[in-house]
Ligand binder design. Sequence first.
Ligand code: FRU
Length: 477
Amino acid sequence: MNALYRDLNRLVRRIEAEDRAKVDADPRRLRFHLMPPVGWMNDPNGLCWYKGNYHVFYQYGPFDPDGGVKFWGHWTSPDMLHWTQQPVPLCPDQQWNLHGVYSGSALVEDDALYLYYTGSVKFAGDYDFINNGRASSTALAVTTDGIHVDSNQVLLENKDYPADLSCHVRDPKVWKQDGRYYMVLGARTKDSVGEVLVYESQDKLNWTHINTIKTPEPFGYMWECPDLFCVDGQYILSVSPQGVSRQGNRYQNIYTCGYFPLYGDFRGEYTLGDYIESDVGFDYYAPQSFEAPDGRRIVIGWMGMPDADYTNPTAAENGWQHGMSVPREIHWNGTRITALPVQELDALHTNHRSFSVEGTAVKLELDNGADIQITNEGKELRVAFGEDAAVVWTDGLLTLSLGERCGYGRTTRVAEVEKLVDMRILMDTSSLEIFINGGEQVMTTRFYPKQADSLTLEGVCKAEVYDMDAIQLDYMK
Ligand code: FRU
């Protein structure tokens, strides 16, 4: 442990001790979603199952609820219900990560946990920080107890990436397959085209660039946080592209996040199927997947959106911002990925109520969070939360509307839903996750209702409604 790590760690502990009361006092703090102890959270990193625990590392800005320099934060859990805060495993304490320990992933092998990440440095001077002035190194930290890092080293620097790339190369996702190791890296070319680099290694340390995956026509200027995996026999390339402009109801956010089915071989000849958005709400980005010990492929996304023009009042008022989506189990249904909350969350259900709605509106009280499972039988459906937020399905469109008082700049998002069979909504104190038709489409958003203590259902449907207990968070003492 170097002196900078030791002192930064102490500072993080101190700011957490000082600011936690303010965060805890916030009635809008999330009850069954992971959020930062204090300050800022973005991308999930290093998701894995290791030595009897799920590990959720994440981009953590403990000193600044509006961002700041990025550390890795760390939560562990044996069951995705009881979470323990662990010390920050990675601090900006090395020459190659001084201005941010950026996103990355975990590989579990031989009793050790290998954390691949991007070290970010911005040089002082008058640079554009796209083609010059910035270093993005691919680095590896290793831990054998899953908590404390034993070694930390650079594997690839900008000069090692293909020559046509800008300085923006980051977010390694690493896995083992056929006795080899593979890594995908998100990249922006000097011509501002987003793509994914594929690397191969035999020893986890030395990496060779073997392929580049891109669309025939440019699709955005930068692809962040790539993930490449096989689910139910289908290869998927998941990316978070920046610079894709809105087209009607597609790409409604400043940055999109979605996936291409990948046919052929990611190491050689491949074709990409059509891009499908993973989420069409306001706040979902940089998702990462991992394999649970029972073989399920689980995805967690950042419940936030970088550079959006809407805001979260918690930053200024209570010193924290953002959270994670619930863990979602994904499948390939032949044409799309479906995503639904992991079944573990059913253990949080209390106060079950069943309804049949037939034409007249039904109103019920909610208590700080709910799991609302609706089977639709009508031609239109309206679900309203208090006075301010509503989800309406009519004429092939499902529209999420947030009033001024709760949206903080968020207004409407639309999903194209020809036929609505079912809809499941997880409502936390300040978030909604809407799973449409078995999770074929998802809309995730933050919202800040003054009173989301009532739910109104209008249409012809059946609904099972549960209150939700909170997950348990054990903070470091
Ligand atoms: C995506 C991202 C990543 C980067 C990280 C920095 O939200 O921009 O590309 O590694 O956040 O926090």
